[in-house]
Design a protein around this ligand. Structure first.
Ligand code: CDP
Length: 205
């Protein structure tokens, strides 16, 4: 029996942390779909054509090296604008979402395009400043040479590109529950997500 949780939202809103915690809590599989775009973005930085990279993408590539750098994030949002790149990544994501035992997918268009029938849809947000601060701390902890100003500018640039593109723009699905984490601890955000999922779960099991 499949049960899909779609978690969308802008850069560094806490989607990843919430998704992982939700997956652990319910025993669901988790796919960070941003990694697909990041892996394709990384290949373009190496000179490979974006569509070729998307068509040849393997699960192993998602595990190789550090995809969560500022440079790769920008490259990811540039390839993510291309409709044919997005199309090449659809089947993998949909197959993952139908896994027996439940699946959590986080990204930008999961509730709107990839899994419009997801049992639960969350749209996780936070102010740009709070998101940039979280990402700054995350990148600095890994030793990356970044400033708060740079990270905020990067986050804003990516959000604008993600929200304004014509194919699968980042936006909340009409039936998504909005979760603003600006003033919420991770524990509080997770508790809210678990509450929303618990309401839907019994009906399908
Ligand atoms: O972790 P963060 O929120 O900063 O980014 P990410 O989820 O790893 O996504 C990186 C980039 O991939 C985003 O800025 C989007 O341009 C793109 N993306 C997308 O277009 N659709 C998705 N489902 C996931 C990511």
């Amino acid at each position: 029996m499949s049960f899909t949780v779609a978690i969308d939202g802008p850069a560094a809103a806490g989607k990843g942390t919430i998704s992982k915690a939700v997956a652990t809590h319910f025993g669901f599989a988790h796919l960070d779909t941003g990694l697909l775009y990041r892996a394709v973005g990384r290949r373009t930085l190496e000179g490979v054509d974006a569509l070729e990279a998307a068509q040849a993408l393997t699960a192993e590539e998602l595990e190789q090296g550090d995809l969560r750098t500022a440079e790769i994030a920008q490259a990811a949002s540039k390839v993510a604008v291309l409709p044919e790149v997005r199309a090449a990544l659809v089947d993998f994501q949909r197959a993952f979402s139908r896994r027996a035992g439940g699946a959590v997918l986080d990204g930008r268009d999961i509730g709107t395009v990839i899994c419009p029938d997801a049992e639960v849809k969350l749209f996780v947000t936070a102010s740009a400043e709070v998101r940039a601060e979280r990402r700054f701390l995350e990148l600095s902890a890994k030793g990356a040479d970044v400033t708060r100003e740079q990270v905020l500018a990067d986050v804003r640039e990516r959000d604008a590109r993600d929200a304004e593109r014509s194919t699968a723009p980042m936006k909340p699905a009409e039936d998504a529950v909005q979760l603003d984490t600006t003033d919420l601890s991770i524990e509080a955000a997770l508790a809210k997500a678990v509450e929303v999922i618990n309401v839907k779960l019994p009906a399908t099991r």
